[in-house]
Write a protein that binds this ligand. Structure first.
Ligand SMILES: O=CC(=O)O
Length: 335
């Protein structure tokens, strides 16, 4: 073991050392594809070290040029400041709310991310949650497995998907994929976005409350930032109304979760399909007992196929950085 609690690796690393990459917490791509990643890079595993994080970072301060991170692993100002040689953060997520982008901009640290790699998978889950919430697939599963069917228990009616007015909040690549999937089902798509899109003819609302008042399903597909935090508040939920459903595949904190729970409990909205939560992995206990809510453990982006593509993207970005080439999927920090 070395002074950091690691086993000493006995290979030709002294002659051709692999570039060092810091991992604060292992992303799924690391868990599933560590062997492939480790062929190219030497990973400094902060979570696996007996040292407290700050001491670990200080120990490696000058050798860390790159971090591999993920969607629920914060990369804070403090972490960035403790690493004077840091030049790149590669996150395996599409969302960037967990990284202090302002500090990256200030320090000139580049960021690479998953870009649109997950958009189709996330849109699939969004549509799946909607169909489940409307047609009560999970509730039906419980009805069968709990023996209620055999006992002639009651099972309430579902509602049709076709003809439903779906309001997409955030018509980026995920929102567009959701629209593309729901149109053939006969849904009417409306949307709210920072700007009106010339590429679609869906009715546009600049105000999310007006969108909610004019649709039957609110589908949250936008990113979390200072403008969107709790943008789905009491007023929006009440505008959506007693027959309205809310589906969230964006980030938990886009919705005021406490208010949503209250609205669901009191029948102010009809139901929800949620892949994301404000305080993951904690889910408000009230939601667990509600039959009109479908819960998913922030898994919308996780498919075998996409993780395979992601590992190549991660390697490509790290290789580009260490050989001074343009990143494959850079975040434009000046926007
Ligand atoms: O939620 C997942 C992501 O941001 O990629």
């Amino acid at each position: 073991m070395d002074c950091n609690g690691y086993r000493q690796e006995n290979h030709d690393q002294n002659l051709f050392p692999k570039p060092k990459v810091l991992v604060l917490e292992p992303p799924p791509v690391f868990i599933y594809h560590e062997e492939k990643l480790s062929q190219k890079f030497h990973f400094l595993k902060a979570w696996d070290s007996p040292l407290p994080l700050e001491q670990f970072l200080t120990t490696h301060a000058h050798s860390v040029q790159a971090i591999l991170s993920h969607g629920s692993c914060p990369v804070t100002t403090n972490t960035i400041r403790l690493l004077p040689s840091l030049g790149l953060i590669v996150t395996t997520s599409a969302g960037l709310d967990q990284i202090d982008l302002q500090e990256c901009r200030r320090r000139g640290v580049s960021v690479a991310y998953a870009g649109n790699l997950f958009s189709a998978d996330v849109a699939d889950i969004a549509v799946g949650l909607l169909i489940d919430a409307l047609r009560k697939i999970s509730a039906g599963n419980r009805y069968v497995t709990q023996g209620l069917w055999a006992n002639n228990g009651d099972f309430s009616l579902g509602s049709k998907l076709g003809g439903r007015k779906v309001g997409i909040v955030g018509l980026g690549s995920i929102g567009l994929e959701v629209g593309k999937r729901l149109e053939p089902f006969g849904c009417n798509i409306l949307y709210c976005s920072r700007n009106k899109k010339s590429s679609v003819s869906y009715p546009y609302y600049s105000n999310v409350c007006e969108l909610a008042a004019n649709c039957e399903v609110l589908m949250i597909c936008c990113e979390l930032n200072d403008q969107t935090r709790h943008v789905i508040n009491k007023e929006v939920l009440l505008a959506l109304g007693k027959k309205g459903l809310i589906i969230n595949v964006g980030r938990g904190a886009i919705i005021d979760e406490q208010e949503m729970v209250r609205c669901l409990m009191q029948g102010e909205i009809a139901g929800a399909g949620l892949d994301v939560f404000e305080n993951e992995p904690h889910v408000p206990s009230e939601l667990i007992s509600l039959d009109n809510v479908v819960l998913s453990p922030h898994r919308a982006v996780h498919t075998e196929e996409t993780l395979m593509a992601l590992v190549d993207l991660v390697i490509g970005n790290l290789e580009a950085f260490f050989s001074n080439k343009p990143l494959l999927s850079p975040v434009l920090l000046d926007e």
